[in-house]
Design a protein. Structure first.
Length: 309
């Protein structure tokens, strides 16, 4: 047995009377709260109104949770349906047992945010760039819910940071596994910091910062996914195509799509709406003086001719 290792929690649920408190859910709640807080600060620094992100986040989170679960059930349907199912179909609704996919969360959550932006008269691209680092940091926090559930682990390893998994969750006694949840958490945290720095250094508007998030996340997810041994898409084995797992193919497609978007929009420099026309005062945007705009915002404004579109 190695001198150093990462033990798994003995339990992930605590009871407050008859009310179960699940660590998995707490991690996601913390991720959402932190993400909204950071996005609000970034939005106000860009000149947006206080409370805008909080309002937009409501449909975004609701749609995102539905999308996250749908993607998991669709790609892992054999767990709940069919002759080899190991869980009752109704347990597909039990999100606290694990199984929330970032792919579905971003896709359907984006639709919820688009509907909210359209209703308020805001540019979705501006909101997407604002929340991009928050999504990365949120993922870094939420991944610790997988640790409590003893899921999302990789192949056996002899590294000193190997992860213990008990037999009830598919592990073997005396065997340590790659803590892929930790790898992804660290990658996401570094990505979030990198996005903030890139947004300050370069003029990444019109969804380009969000596209950079997609490219960065999928790049890391591809190799981390390759370490996993859990049966995504199957009951006792992972569904693969050309020796790559489902999520690796998803990563490839989205990575290429993000690069294409970055190239196509590289010269786009039209105005984005961060304050609805009906809310502007004295012909200007109502900026939050407590959080002045980014230098990149000021640089972009000086290049823009008065009255430009």
């Amino acid at each position: 047995m190695p001198l150093a290792l990462i033990p798994s929690p003995s339990e992930g649920v605590w009871h407050l009377g008859f009310i179960p408190i699940r660590a998995y859910a707490l991690c996601f709640i913390l991720a959402i709260v932190f993400g909204i807080w950071l996005s609000e600060r970034r939005w106000r620094a860009r000149g947006g109104e206080k409370g805008t992100i909080s309002d937009i986040a409501v449909p975004g989170v609701v749609f995102g949770l539905i999308g996250a679960r749908l993607y998991h059930v669709i790609t892992d349907w054999q767990t709940y349906f069919g002759p080899r199912a190991i869980k009752e179909p109704y347990r597909a609704l039990f999100i606290w047992e694990g199984g929330l996919s970032i792919w579905g969360a971003v896709a359907l959550g984006g639709i919820g945010m688009w509907l909210a932006c359209r209703r308020r008269g805001l540019s979705l691209s501006a909101v997407a760039d604002t929340v991009a680092p928050s999504i990365a940091f949120g993922q870094a926090i939420a991944r610790w819910g997988n640790w409590f559930n003893q899921e999302l682990y990789g192949s056996p390893t002899t590294l000193p940071w190997g992860l213990e998994i008990d037999q009830a969750h598919g592990g073997q006694w005396g065997v340590l596994y790659h803590p892929t949840f930790l790898y992804e958490s660290l990658w996401d945290a570094a990505l979030g910091l990198g996005l903030i720095l890139a947004g300050r250094r370069f003029t990444l508007r019109h969804g380009r910062l969000f596209a950079l998030y997609v490219a960065g996340y999928t790049f890391g997810r591809f190799w981390i996914e390759g370490l996993r041994i859990d049966p995504v898409g199957g009951v006792d084995h992972a569904v693969t195509f050309l020796e790559l797992r489902i999520n690796q193919w998803t990563s490839i497609v989205l990575f290429v799509g993000a690069l294409v978007y970055l190239w196509v929009t590289r010269d786009k420099d039209t105005e984005e709406i961060v304050v609805p026309a009906s809310h502007k005062q004295d012909g200007g945007e109502t900026a939050d003086l407590a959080h002045p705009a980014d230098p990149a915002d000021a640089k972009e404004d000086t290049r823009r001719a008065p009255g430009g579109s």
